[in-house]
Design a binder for this molecule. Structure first.
Ligand code: NAP
Ligand code: GLV
Length: 320
């Protein structure tokens, strides 16, 4: 009997086809609409491999309801949607897609930084709605990125790729991690800072840590109050790293100047979310890694790692 794979979203056939030669592959029918928790539980109940999306909640109860499972392969570098401890306890390998999406996500982060600083989505809306009726000297003015101080919280693969881009804009780069990166400090001139110090000094703060129990709510009212009134915060990591209620209050009360967000506590964002009412919030719908080439490369990584585990080999991108 062939091992079974379940894929929780419809993926291009060119990616799935090679797997079909060796395994019994089942796949959700929709590209757009994801599966519910119960649908995953039912459809994947006897599979050896589960290929998940970062929006799937793969908790202990779900893992323990799949007795034949050998591998969970997550489409994304972040794996906060999976109960890693439960997988480990049951000897299930978990894999992800690090590295291949680093530069693409850094591009989007920089795009969001520039768009936030220069109010691009807000002012485009002004044109589209017919509100741009005259040109005037201080109209639609924003903040300079060139020469500003950038604070990166989470100086990992993507953080460093963003920081390298920032050097081209002559930015002064501060960073905060739990461990210092002396090589990057020496090579590029990045400066290590404690979190509070980074928040006080930065014109732009970019969040790029994984979501963990330690980083959940890392940026709340106290932290936002430390930031400059002229500063902006950009979150490309995970929504729950920022307390969104505190962020809303900080923006309304002008404790900070603007925010750029690719990720949200709840995704997709409910249309009545208070942050959507603020013109100084620039948003994108969790598209950090969304270039065609990168998304296909991520799929190839998942596919190869699933194949490796099912053939009794070590997958290249093993989280546990
Ligand atoms: P990475 O290389 O593992 O970098 C993460 C960095 O965060 C590390 O340098 C780590 O350094 C630091 N960190 C971890 N815990 C921390 C803490 N408590 N306080 C301060 N720093 C901490 O990961 P990556 O590939 O750059 O990806 C980072 C995250 O970006 C992913 O986990 C994912 O959630 C998110 N992401 C989002 C998108 C998107 O589409 N928006 C795309 C890709 C990735 P230390 O261990 O030394 O602290
Ligand atoms: C995207 O958010 C990822 O973690 O790859």
């Amino acid at each position: 009997m062939l091992d079974k794979i379940y894929i929780t979203r419809k993926l291009p056939e060119e990616i799935v086809e090679p797997l079909r030669e060796k395994f019994e592959v089942h796949m959700w029918h929709s590209e757009e609409k994801g599966m519910t928790y119960e649908e995953i539980k039912t459809n994947a109940k006897d599979v050896q491999a589960l290929w998940t999306m970062l929006s799937d909640n793969i908790d202990r109860a779900l893992i323990e309801s799949l007795p034949n499972l050998k591998v969970i392969s997550n489409f994304g570098v972040g794996f906060n949607n999976i109960d890693i401890e439960a997988a480990k306890e049951h000897g299930i390998a978990v894999t992800n897609t690090p590295g291949v999406l680093t530069e693409t996500t850094a591009d989007l982060t920089f795009a969001l930084l520039l768009a936030t600083a220069r109010r691009i989505t807000e002012v485009e809306q002004e044109i589209r709605s017919g509100n741009w009726t005259s040109w005037s000297p201080m109209q639609y003015t924003g903040m300079d990125v060139f020469g500003a101080t950038l604070g990166i919280v989470g100086m990992g693969r993507i953080g460093e790729a963003v920081a390298r881009r920032a050097k081209g804009f002559d930015m002064n780069v501060l960073y905060h991690n739990r461990t210092r990166k002396l090589d990057a400090e020496e090579t590029y001139g990045f400066t290590y800072a404690e979190l509070d110090d980074l928040l006080k000094k930065s014109d732009f703060v970019i969040l790029l840590t994984p979501l963990t129990p330690e980083t959940k709510g890392l940026i709340g009212e106290r932290e936002l109050n430390l930031m400059k009134e002229t500063s902006a915060i950009i979150n490309v990591a995970r929504g729950s790293i920022v307390d969104e209620k505190a962020l809303y209050d900080a923006l309304v009360n002008k404790k900070i100047w603007a925010a750029g967000m690719d990720v949200f506590e709840q995704e997709p964002v409910p249309v009545n979310h208070p942050l959507l009412t603020l013109p100084n919030v620039t948003m994108s719908p969790h598209i950090g890694s969304a270039s065609i080439r990168t998304r296909l490369a991520m799929m190839q990584m998942n596919s190869k790692d699933i194949e490796a585990v099912l053939e009794g080999k070590q997958p290249k991108n093993r989280v546990v």
